[in-house]
Write a protein that binds this ligand. Sequence first.
Ligand code: XMP
Ligand code: MG
Length: 178
Amino acid sequence: MSTIKVHDKTFATFLSESAINEQIKRIAQEINTDYKGKTPLFIAILNGSFMFASDLFKELDIEAQVCFIKLASYQGVKSTGNVVTSIGLDVSLKDRDVIVIEDIVDTGKTLHDFLPQIMDQHPSSLKIATLLHKPEALKYPLTIDYVGFSIPNKFVVGYGLDYDGLGRNLREIFQLAE
Ligand code: XMP
Ligand code: MG
């Protein structure tokens, strides 16, 4: 097992590039099947999900659209509990099949706060796809439709996820070492 340093903390290898790609292909196949004949609108939540959104999107063989919003609740390695929107939605969701793309669902607060804003616009359907999910950290009731990996409640970086701005460019996902 190899370790890396991001700012002051040490992280250990956790999910390999090939394991990540394999799960993304599996989720894309499920979406290709579930949305056959439809044109879903993906809403990717910035910043963390940009890499997952991009790789997932390339695997789709159905018609699809993507847009981005910016929400954040994290500072350093802890959730602040406050979700701030800094780039809003610029497309209508009315009668659309919406799929929200997250890098990670931790406490569920981000989605719990954001999903009602989507529902207000009366989409025809709403599903959630997340690369990572920490079931032990979940504090808000949420149904997640597509999950890449369920992981232990430890802070992770890489593949779009950051620790205070750094680590997003890593091709693998690393876990905070004790
Ligand atoms: P909540 O608690 O709202 O958290 O479900 C979702 C958002 O928090 C960030 N997050 C993390 N970022 N490593 C990160 O780099 C983590 O282990 C982690 N856990 C949560 C992330 O931005 C996510 O969208
Ligand atoms: Mg995020």
